[in-house]
Each structure stands twice: as structure tokens, then as C-alpha cells.
Ligand binder design. Structure first.
Ligand code: SAM
Ligand code: SF4
Length: 332
């Protein structure tokens, strides 16, 4: 069998994971992710589903084994299920996964399962309906919980909840969120807010609630066993004693996870972003649109792009963001 070519950056890290942002749009306006008034990109600037598929295919032929479809909210992109079905059939792909806010899962979970989506990450920051409305600005907790239930009923390999924890907004709910995860057999990751884009709602420094603090809060209620589990990602995992639930911490401020970074991101407008916390990027849309159908050129461009993957990010909590794109553009 032919050995697969590998994507290796100039620091010796193998890139085997691509995150695809299929839209910058969303039906929510989470306070840490977007401002209340957002200007989205004109549709003509967004990659077509076929272009996204071409990029994914090129990456998989270059040895990428895991694709995460995200956004914005991926489930509001028109004909997204068509793309998911095609991605699910890519030869050489081990894992097709998605991150979603859950608002459309009640009607789409079944089709995602059929498209061979293995695992889902569902964002859920609070179990309190008023808080949910305050944090998402437009979301309806009951609708999302219906989506979570529909996903659970489909029997995905794993469902993980993602909770961004903000001081004085939802930090007092970490125990309840873990209880909910345990009750349903889900994993849960707590995420420190990252300074991506300007948000109007709050000061990021004031709302900072560090992972070690969450861990201390949880330790008063659960016995958490440190694990060596790694998903190739930035989460540090603990297992809740007596259950299957893993509790992860994504801590860009209190820990630097860059040395094991195995991923790159495709933005909705076709920019290949080499690092979440830097602007190093290559315009794949230009390559796609000036050389339609030339998969080899696309692959060459991707291989070359690995040379500019930065060693690490430099997040800080200053009031002015260093990175001006919102997470919805980046594809979290
Ligand atoms: N709309 C989908 C969702 O919310 O799951 C997918 C896209 S969203 C950008 C992906 C993840 O990024 C979500 O779990 C969200 O909580 C997280 N996120 C958004 N803005 C963030 C920020 N400034 N810092 C940390 N995480 C953030
Ligand atoms: Fe939308 Fe996800 Fe950003 Fe919330 S975190 S505004 S759901 S893209």
C-alpha cells in the first residue's frame, strides 16, 4: 500500500487534523464570541460547498485523518448535510466530527449520524434559561436541550459539551454542568475565554475564570482522576470517579498547549489559518478560483503553507485584542 504523505511543519509537528468553518453566520450571538451587531461576509466571498470539499479532499490525501466541521453555526449552512455525506465518504478519513450550538440538532441529528459523523461537540454554557438567553443573546435553552436529547438518542460514539466559563456569569454552574454530563454519559470541556475579536459585552480580563479554579471548585464535589487521555488537542482530561465522563480543560491562558499542536483551520472565506492565535495564513480561495479542479496545485500550496505555521500563540488579556477575527470567523 502506498504510504500517505505527511504534513510536517518546521517545528517537526505533524498536522493530521483540519477544522473547517463552513460559515461565519450564526443564529446565536454569544457574548464571548460575537458583538450584538455583526456584519457577516458577503456570500460570494464564502467558499462554496464544493470548494470546501476540494480542500478537505486535498488534506485527507495529504494524511489528515480527522475533520471537524464548525463555524459560525455549521447547521445553518444551506445543504450542509450534502457536504457532510461527501466528507463522510472520503477514503483515508478516520473521524468526521462537528461542533454545533445544538439549536438545529433536534431535526438534524439523525442525518448527521447517517453521514457517518462520529462525535459531536455541543456548546452549553449554562442550564439556566435566563442565563442562556443572556449569554447567547438569541438562544433558547429548551430548544438546545431538545437537540442534545436527539443527539443522545442517535448513539454517537461520543458527545462532548463545551462550556466557556465567565466569572460572575456562569462560574457557579460548573458543578451542575458536570452533574448533567455524568447523568447523560457525556464528556465536558471547560474553556477559558480567548481574546478573539472585539466584544462589547464585557471586559475579558474582568470575566477571566481560570481552569485551575474550576478544578478546585469541582474537586469539592467529585473525585477527579487525572488521565493521560489525549485527543491530540489542547484539553487536559480528568475522569469522574465511577463514571465514563471525562472533564477537560482548555486553558490557553494558564497553560500553553502549542508544542503538541496538530491542527490547522480553514476559514469560511477560504483562508488556511496556521494558528488560532496568530494571523499567519494562506489564501486557498485564490488557488481554488484561479485554478479550478487543480487538486495537485492545491496540495502543493498546502504543503508549502506548513512552513509558516508559527511555533506558538501569544494570547493576553489586554483590552485590545491582538487577534481581530472573531471565533465565528476562525472556526472554533
Ligand atoms: N456555533 C458552534 C458552537 O457554538 O458550538 C460552533 C462554532 S463556535 C465558534 C465553537 C466553539 O468556540 C464553541 O464551543 C464556543 O463556545 C467557542 N468560543 C467562541 N468564542 C470563544 C472565545 N472567545 N473564547 C473561547 N471559546 C470561544
Ligand atoms: Fe454562534 Fe457558536 Fe459563536 Fe455562539 S459560539 S455565537 S453559537 S458561533
Amino acid at each position: 500500500m502506498q504510504t500517505q504523505p505527511k504534513l510536517i511543519d518546521s517545528f517537526g509537528r505533524t498536522v493530521n487534523y483540519l477544522r473547517l468553518s463552513v460559515t461565519d453566520r450564526c443564529d446565536f450571538r454569544c457574548v464571548y464570541c460575537m458583538s450584538e451587531e455583526m456584519t457577516f461576509m458577503p456570500r460570494a466571498q464564502i467558499l462554496t460547498l464544493e470548494e470546501i470539499y476540494q480542500v478537505a479532499k486535498a488534506f485527507v490525501e495529504l494524511g489528515v485523518t480527522k475533520l471537524r466541521v464548525t463555524g459560525g453555526e455549521p447547521l445553518i449552512r444551506r445543504n450542509i448535510l450534502e457536504l457532510m455525506n461527501k466528507l463522510g465518504n472520503l477514503q483515508g478519513l478516520d473521524e468526521l466530527v462537528m461542533t454545533t450550538n445544538g439549536s438545529h440538532l433536534d431535526k438534524m441529528a439523525q442525518d448527521l449520524k447517517k453521514a457517518d459523523v462520529k462525535r459531536l461537540n455541543i456548546s452549553l454554557d449554562t442550564l439556566n434559561p435566563e442565563r442562556f438567553k443572556r449569554l447567547t443573546r438569541t438562544g433558547d435553552l429548551q430548544q438546545v436541550l431538545r437537540g442534545v436529547a436527539a443527539a443522545k438518542a442517535q448513539g454517537f460514539e461520543r458527545i462532548k459539551l463545551n462550556a466557556v466559563i465567565l466569572k460572575n456569569r456562569n462560574h457557579d454552574e460548573v458543578v451542575d454542568l458536570v452533574r448533567y454530563a455524568v447523568e447523560h454519559g457525556f464528556d465536558i470541556s471547560f474553556i477559558e475565554e480567548m481574546p478573539l475579536g472585539q466584544v462589547s459585552d464585557h471586559s475579558r480580563a474582568e470575566a477571566y475564570y481560570p481552569s485551575y479554579q474550576i478544578l478546585e471548585d469541582l474537586a469539592q464535589h467529585f473525585s477527579l482522576l487525572s488521565t493521560t487521555d489525549k485527543t491530540g488537542g489542547p484539553s487536559n482530561y480528568f475522569r469522574v470517579d465511577g463514571g465514563a465522563t471525562r472533564v477537560g480543560f482548555i486553558s490557553p491562558h494558564s497553560e500553553n498547549f502549542c508544542s503538541q499542536c496538530n491542527r490547522v483551520r480553514l476559514t469560511a472565506e477560504g483562508r488556511l489559518l496556521l494558528c488560532l492565535g496568530n494571523e499567519h495564513s494562506v489564501d486557498l480561495k485564490k488557488v481554488l478560483r484561479s485554478n479550478p479542479g487543480n487538486l495537485e496545485l492545491l496540495k502543493q500550496t498546502i504543503v508549502e503553507a506548513m512552513k509558516i505555521k508559527p511555533e506558538k500563540h501569544e494570547f493576553n488579556l489586554q483590552e485590545k485584542p491582538v487577534i481581530f477575527r472573531h471565533m465565528s470567523v476562525t472556526g472554533g
